[in-house]
Design a protein around this ligand. Structure first.
Ligand SMILES: Cc1cc2nc3c(=O)[nH]c(=O)nc-3n(C[C@H](O)[C@H](O)[C@H](O)COP(=O)(O)OP(=O)(O)OC[C@H]3O[C@@H](n4cnc5c(N)ncnc54)[C@H](O)[C@@H]3O)c2cc1C
Length: 291
């Protein structure tokens, strides 16, 4: 059983109390049902008729559990809640920066982690980039059961029609000793303060203080955030200095085709990447006392 409110005779908002009940409703309502989290993306357009399944009242989805080896973020946690929960955790600073730097304070208070990862029409998700670099995994609930996937696979799958009836339950990140995550973004006022490009970097270091096990993700440049494997290989074993970061990034720039948009041309998004890589590497070095 769940509560439901009817708006203007055309729109029904369902208020399930559990994630399981929300998924059951999704299955029952078929193409008429839509999950509603913070509503910051969905409500940019007037509500259309149909059934919205509100997630805001589901306490289990809002939990953020921080363990020594693992971080688990409920999909219903807001950006502001995530940034606050991670405050002071050096290894996850990039994730805190992504959550705490996205959009503006009003949006951050409402917009959820799940909504951010599931908004396929939005190319500049800070969390998608940071969580890709953190090699996050997601857990989904579908009418057929629970499914665990790498975030990278999920982001591709989410864009297919087969992805209709599922709920993103939580996101998990492993915490490994000596590994640090950093996030550098370039918002532009003329782009409505949306970031036009972003780079997230996770890495450990070898005995000489050189970058090891490098993972780099890029957001906002193409229609979806993705990893930059060629740069990961080139940066591995490099000293974490500005010139090395810029040279390595410039050598691998051709791996991206910048997305054209009314705010900036595609080439611009691509050309700012070396600077963002250098900033991410500088943050990484600073966090490890290697300035
Ligand atoms: C002015 C403005 C500026 C912004 N700037 C930034 C920025 O700088 N960086 C950034 O990263 N983002 C930015 N955003 C995007 C913002 O982060 C998204 O609007 C937000 O994350 C969506 O979350 P929500 O909880 O409001 O989702 P909703 O709007 O409620 O839902 C969005 C989509 O996700 C689906 N969904 C939601 N939760 C789940 C779930 N648990 N499982 C499956 N599907 C789900 C919904 O069905 C819907 O399709 C901006 C948005 C605005 C309006």
């Amino acid at each position: 059983m769940h509560n439901a409110e009817r708006w203007a005779d055309r729109t029904t908002i369902h208020l399930p109390a559990t994630a399981g009940a929300a998924v059951k409703l999704l299955g029952e309502l078929g193409s008429e049902g839509r999950l509603l989290a913070g509503g910051t993306w969905l409500m940019r357009a007037p509500m259309t008729s149909g059934h919205y399944i509100a997630l805001a009242g589901i306490a289990e989805l809002r939990q953020i559990e921080i363990g020594q080896d693992r971080l688990r973020i409920g999909a219903g946690a807001s950006h502001a809640e995530l940034a606050l929960a991670l405050d002071g955790l050096d290894d996850l600073k990039g994730l805190a920066d992504a959550a705490g730097g996205a959009a503006n304070p009003a949006i951050r208070r409402r917009a959820t982690v799940g909504g951010n990862l599931c908004t396929t029409a939005f190319a500049a998700s800070d969390l998608a980039s940071a969580l890709l670099a953190a090699e996050a995994e997601v857990t989904l609930i579908t009418p057929a059961g629970t499914l665990r996937q790498e975030l990278a696979i999920y982001l591709d799958w989410r864009r297919t029609s087969a992805a209709q009836h599922h709920l993103l339950q939580h996101v998990e990140v492993s915490r490994r000793a000596g590994r640090r995550l950093c996030h550098a973004r370039l918002p532009l006022r003329r782009a409505g303060d949306y970031p036009v490009a972003m780079v997230s970097l996770a890495a450990g270091s070898d005995r000489q203080g050189r970058l090891a096990d490098v993972v780099v993700a890029v957001g906002a440049v193409e229609s979806q955030a993705r990893r930059w494997p060629a740069l990961e290989r080139t940066l591995t074993g490099q000293l974490p200095c500005r010139s090395a970061a810029i040279t390595c990034a410039q050598a691998n720039l051709c791996q991206f085709a910048g997305r054209e948009g009314p705010e900036v041309p595609g080439w611009y998004r691509q050309q700012v990447l070396p600077e963002l890589v250098a900033r991410a590497v500088a943050q990484w070095a600073k966090a490890g006392g290697q300035e």
